[in-house]
Design a protein around this ligand. Structure first.
Ligand code: PLP
Ligand code: COI
Length: 339
């Protein structure tokens, strides 16, 4: 087998590509089986499966990186394992033991070695998921579950890479107060499809959601967290119980404070106080760090100081984060797992 597939890596976007192997494990009679790799990317399940009707499903997203020394590494995979288990608990699904989650990710990456983009030419996106399956019709948790992991090579999630993009604040909510906003349930994403379409139709890259309780504070983007950079280069991110706790956000908060010596604040961010920021961005596994140039709110466009080129602090955080992920910078303990 060739060491690399024939792909024009520089043209990679964020689109489905069928790779060679995926992992599947089943929960039956109260326990997970040992799991296996398969070449089949289709799933046959009962038409009564709770995942299909009642959204009893959740997922994760993480990446494998080809380092400058040609090794392959996973970034903070233990955090994704823990978050998947939080999602499973909220949706009354059996959790995945952390070792099983990590082992499944390692198996899938190793089995798809030839799909891992060369150093800094892209990444291998890993998508673990848990779905409720089996014969059912009542609104109740399934009796059987499937845990799957597949992967595919990806490039930038938001086209434009490090060029600032414009967002609009949506009138819609992606999550309810005390709902499922803080876990990675598919239903949150279903709710975001229509507001996202409205944003794109209006010429924006995506939309930003406000807190569902008061509609005054910035929460997050449909697939990434939000951050702003103040005039004295403090990193500010929204604090809320209805946003997904982003591992990328937690990582840049640590890097801004401990590597760059900047102030870090996790607190309320008011939509009508955007002028407190010189720079802004979206962060996440898929989004990495995407600079936001401007945000429309109530029909008025607010441009940040750095709206044509990426700002210095956003760039510093991007360089540091990706430097660690691609093995060019020393990583904090336990952030990197060699495949
Ligand atoms: N917020 C939402 C709604 C997401 O889907 C994601 C992506 O996973 C994030 C934030 C970023 O989280 P992370 O940095 O853990 O990928
Ligand atoms: C991720 O960043 O991993 C996500 O899950 C975002 C999106 C592709 C749903």
């Amino acid at each position: 087998m060739k060491t690399h597939v024939d792909i024009n890596w520089s043209e990679l976007g964020f689109s489905y590509i069928k790779t060679d192997f995926r992992y599947v494990s089943l929960w039956q009679d109260g326990k997970w089986d040992k799991g296996r790799l398969t070449e089949d990317n289709t799933i046959t399940i009962s038409d009564g499966s709770t995942a299909l009707h009642y959204g009893q499903q959740c997922f994760e997203g993480l990446k494998a990186y080809r380092t400058v020394n040609g090794k392959t590494v996973l970034f903070r995979v233990d955090r994704n394992a823990k978050r998947l288990n939080m999602s499973c608990r909220r949706l009354l699904m059996p959790g995945i033991p952390e070792e099983k989650f990590i082992d499944a990710c390692l198996k899938v990456v190793r089995a798809n070695e030839r799909w891992i983009p060369p150093h800094r030419m892209g990444t291998l996106y890993i998508r673990p998921y848990v779905i409720g399956i089996g014969d059912n019709i009542g609104v109740k948790p399934a009796s059987s579950y499937m845990f799957g992991v597949f992967c595919l090579p990806v490039g930038p999630y938001f086209k434009g890479g490090m060029k600032p993009v414009n967002f609009i604040i949506s009138d819609y909510d992606r999550a309810a107060p005390f709902g499922t906003g803080a876990v990675k349930a598919g239903g949150n994403y279903a709710a975001s499809l229509y507001p996202h379409k409205l944003a794109v139709d209006g010429g924006f890259t995506d939309c930003i959601y406000l807190d569902p309780m008061t509609h005054t504070k910035i929460e997050e983007v449909g697939a990434a967290n939000f951050f702003g950079i103040t005039g004295d280069q403090a990193l500010v991110t929204p604090k809320s119980d209805s946003i997904l706790p982003s591992i990328t956000k937690q990582s840049i908060m640590y890097l801004a404070g401990n590597y760059l010596g900047k102030r870090v604040e996790e607190r309320d961010v008011y939509a009508d106080r955007l002028d407190e920021f010189k720079e802004a961005g979206a962060c996440g596994t898929a989004a990495v760090i995407t600079p936001i140039g401007g945000i429309e709110y109530n029909g008025k466009m607010h441009f940040f100081d750095y709206h044509e080129e990426v700002g210095p602090m956003t760039k510093a955080l991007y360089d540091l984060l990706t430097g660690i992920q691609f093995g060019e910078e020393p990583a904090p303990d336990n952030w990197i797992l060699e495949v």
